[in-house]
Design a binder for this molecule. Structure first.
Ligand SMILES: NC(=O)c1ccc[n+]([C@@H]2O[C@H](COP(=O)([O-])OP(=O)(O)OC[C@H]3O[C@@H](n4cnc5c(N)ncnc54)[C@H](OP(=O)(O)O)[C@@H]3O)[C@@H](O)[C@H]2O)c1
Length: 309
């Protein structure tokens, strides 16, 4: 576990050194810088665009072409600077598909592995996460989250112990679709999770009322799920042009519009759009290029999106 963390840190440092060296004069050989944000509890910064795996990676081993596609998508994700891969035992074959892809790709130094415990009871939770380690082919996870608050007080105890023992780097908890926000807010206020994950998108801004400011106030890293509302946001903008001003911060598509809007909220650490398509992945990863919109630009994006009806 420690070995893995050190390797990643060393790799990031070496990339930083290389970037600095190239910045000092040589040709533009360095990859374009990507937008990163810090995890409040540690200061470690991570790429703002991760990847989800619900449905998109639920591919059985018998679907050889589908598994190969998962590998291609994840390989490109890492090539473009991706970090967080999010999964759960709830997502059918997704963890096995991720594990196969990671083995096929081989070296994945930027991987930030994140899965979830989704069962009741201490022993069942521990067994589920040991099985997840086996499926992913990792010796430990960067982040283990309690999925949808299921038996969270039981799991928080052993997850905290694992973290103290160095078997886990970060703890977290998730919800989605705006559900149970009041109860979730209490956990943000009073429980020592490093990460909180919930839904936020231009089509669902409910988290602005309490979860986002609370997470910021209490030093939680925030992962946003369903930034495309499961893909339905694209139907709302089909055939509509992007407003001209978004080119100022390097936004070239509607996917990047949706993702840059989410990641530019000051409380948000990263977003985990899901895709099964290579060209969509490349599009989404473009939201880590350029800069993030300012507060005024965010408001202008909201006004423009809302005007589309
Ligand atoms: N409670 C929880 O813990 C919880 C709940 C929900 C979600 N999550 C996590 O959050 C992740 C994201 O949420 P989600 O999967 O529900 O929805 P999402 O990321 O909002 O949307 C995914 C959909 O958007 C489409 N898409 C992706 N990139 C696109 C692009 N550039 N252009 C056009 N379409 C694009 C995908 O289709 P294609 O495959 O065709 O690209 C897919 O249908 C999940 O996969 C999961 O890891 C967690």
């Amino acid at each position: 576990m420690l070995m893995k963390a050190m390797t990643r840190r060393q790799w990031i440092e070496s990339i930083g050194a290389a970037g600095l060296a190239l910045g000092c004069g040589a040709n533009a050989l360095a990859a374009p810088a990507i937008i990163r944000k810090p995890i409040p509890s540690s200061g470690e910064d991570i790429p703002t665009i991760g990847i989800g795996s619900w449905q998109s990676f639920d591919v059985p081993a018998s679907n050889v072409a589908g598994r190969s596609n998962c590998t291609d998508v994840l390989r490109k994700f890492f090539e473009l600077g991706g970090g967080m891969v999010d999964s759960s035992p709830m997502y059918g074959n997704a963890q096995a598909a991720i594990g196969q892809a990671l083995a096929d790709i081989g070296d994945t130094p930027t991987l930030f592995s994140a899965t979830k415990v989704w069962t009741s009871g201490r022993q069942a939770g521990i067994q589920q996460m040991e099985e997840a380690e086996r499926l992913w082919g990792v010796s430990s996870f960067d982040l283990l989250q309690v999925h949808n608050l299921v038996d969270w007080s039981t799991h928080l105890q052993w997850l905290t112990r694992w973290k103290e023992e160095g078997r886990l780097r970060y703890t977290g908890i998730t919800t989605s679709h705006g559900s149970r926000h009041q109860e979730f807010a209490e956990l943000v206020r009073h429980q020592p999770f490093d990460f909180v994950q919930f839904t936020y998108s231009l089509g669902n801004r409910g988290a602005e009322a309490s979860l986002l400011p609370l997470a910021q106030e209490h030093g939680k890293a925030v992962i946003i799920n369903r930034a495309f509302q499961g893909g339905s946001l694209f139907s709302r903008v089909r055939g509509k042009p992007l407003p001209g001003f978004v080119a100022d911060f390097g936004c070239q598509s509607w996917a990047q519009f949706f993702l840059k809007w989410v990641t530019s909220h000051p409380a948000v650490t990263c977003v985990i759009p899901a895709t099964s398509k290579l060209h969509h992945l490349e599009d989404n990863m473009g939201a880590m290029q350029g800069r993030l919109p300012t507060a005024d630009e965010r408001q202008e994006m909201e006004r423009y999106f809302d005007s589309l009806g």
